[in-house]
Ligand binder design. Structure first.
Ligand code: NAD
Length: 402
């Protein structure tokens, strides 16, 4: 079949196998060039002897989780396990990008002598945790690091009850400018506030409970190494997005995640372990593209950060997280709330002031002024395997072959 992008309400329904392969390859190549030639001098060289050797990534097939898997394997030579939910390809339907990414990554890792396995099942389920535990026991012994990088719209618990996460303000209606990525026109979006049950459900899905379940279960099974670390990803962003993000339902879930890190630090004392939340930069991923206002903010942010040579993608952020925060051989720098910050470039005064200036130039009913909407659109296409000059998208291919 000829595979073309099909987008419904900012969600891509298709993925291109050859493009996903290139997207994973490009990330691996960037890391390799960095190690061999130190090609991007914005980043320090890693102290690879401190890096973990056995790593579990929950949500490791796309975005920040995939980048974590690539950095762990390609920099630290770690064996890795991924847990993610994917759709397999059929003769007439493409797989999810995560399925293609995982296939390509695992093939690469194995040809380089690394173990790389996946459990493509619901991370919230107890049965998935049990399956992962027996895989760890059989192939890895113990794990040194667990990265928790889930972004999920729903969670079904063991009683069969399904909870849904929503991205809504709390208390008051929120009205702000956003951009229609298909037309480039700026419009006003109004989002109604969440009710109490929506707040609680979002915390249930995206808060710290499931992260805590993973760690306590694997600890009980004696599968965590001495000095074990676990990291979960969060976002704060500028005040202008607070009503929809940090002070909204998802912000409540992120607060819960941060509280869980504090509790996990106590739980992990028996293995001299530690738990961290890393606050990362706003980036185009499958999860972030559906948040109201975020496409406009990201388009403006990308313009500013690219102009200042501060732009990063997931792979660069995670490379910095591992080599300049987590595994330096010295103590990990934390903010006043005990969090790791790799959103420092995004949140610097020079970047935020320039974004603010651009934001105030936008008006309803007009085309976006001065933003990098093209950058947003291209990156969204690329994470689904589209938009690469090297690929002939009119070619008839079998979506099952990669
Ligand atoms: P993403 O959509 O690219 O990745 C989400 C991962 O979770 C995928 O591997 C997906 O398969 C997996 N997943 C979803 N539901 C699952 C389930 N039930 N069981 C197993 N796997 C499941 O998203 P992302 O943007 O990389 O987000 C990862 C984390 O990073 C989230 O916690 C997010 O809040 C955080 N974060 C994102 C940004 C951003 O701008 N994208 C910024 C800072 C922090």
């Amino acid at each position: 079949m000829v595979i073309v992008p099909k987008i419904l309400r900012n969600v891509s329904l298709t993925a291109h196998p050859k493009g996903c392969e290139l997207s994973v390859r490009n990330q691996i190549d960037w890391v390799r060039q960095q190690l061999e030639q130190h090609s991007d001098t914005r980043y320090q060289l890693p102290h690879t002897n401190f890096f973990p050797k056995k790593v579990l990534i929950v949500g490791g097939s796309t975005g920040y989780g995939l980048a974590s898997r690539i950095v762990a394997a390609c920099v630290g030579k770690a064996d890795t396990i991924n847990v993610s939910v994917e759709r397999e390809p059929s003769e007439t339907k493409t797989a999810t990008p995560g399925w293609y990414n995982t296939t390509v990554f695992e093939r690469y890792a194995k040809t380089h002598g690394l173990k790389a396995v996946s459990v493509l099942k619901d991370a919230y389920a107890k049965t998935t945790k049990a399956e992962v535990a027996s895989l760890i026991a059989k192939h890895f012994g113990t794990i040194d690091l667990l990265i928790y990088s889930l972004a999920s719209p729903a969670r079904t618990d063991s009683s069969g009850t399904t909870y849904r996460s929503v991205i809504k303000p709390i208390g008051n209606q929120y009205g702000a400018l956003s951009v229609d990525v298909t037309t480039g026109m700026v419009s006003k979006v109004i989002v109604e506030p969440a009710d109490q049950s929506q707040i609680e459900e979002t915390v249930k899905v995206m808060g710290g409970e499931d992260w805590n379940d993973w760690i306590t279960y694997l600890l009980q099974c004696n599968l965590l190494s001495d000095g074990f670390k676990t990291v979960s990803y969060s976002y704060i962003g500028p005040e202008l997005t607070y009503p929809i993000y940090r002070s909204g339902t998802i912000g409540k879930a992120k607060e819960d995640l941060e509280n869980s890190a504090r509790l996990l630090n106590e739980t992990l004392q028996s293995v001299n372990g530690s738990a961290y939340v890393s606050v990362n930069k706003a980036l185009v991923t499958r999860a972030s593209a559906v948040i109201p206002v975020v496409p406009l903010y990201i388009a403006l942010l990308y313009r500013v950060m690219k102009d200042l040579n501060l732009h990063e993608e997931c792979i660069h952020q995670i490379y910095r997280l591992f080599s300049e925060r987590l595994y330096t051989g010295t103590s990990i720098p934390l903010d006043e709330k005990g969090r790791i910050r790799i959103d420092d470039w995004e949140m610097s005064d020079s970047v935020q002031q320039a974004v603010h200036l651009l934001w105030s130039a936008q008006s309803e009913g007009q085309a976006i002024i001065g933003g990098d909407l093209e950058g947003f659109i291209t990156e969204y296409a690329k994470i689904h395997g589209f938009g690469f000059d090297e690929i002939n998208y009119s070619e008839d291919i079998d979506p099952r072959i990669i």
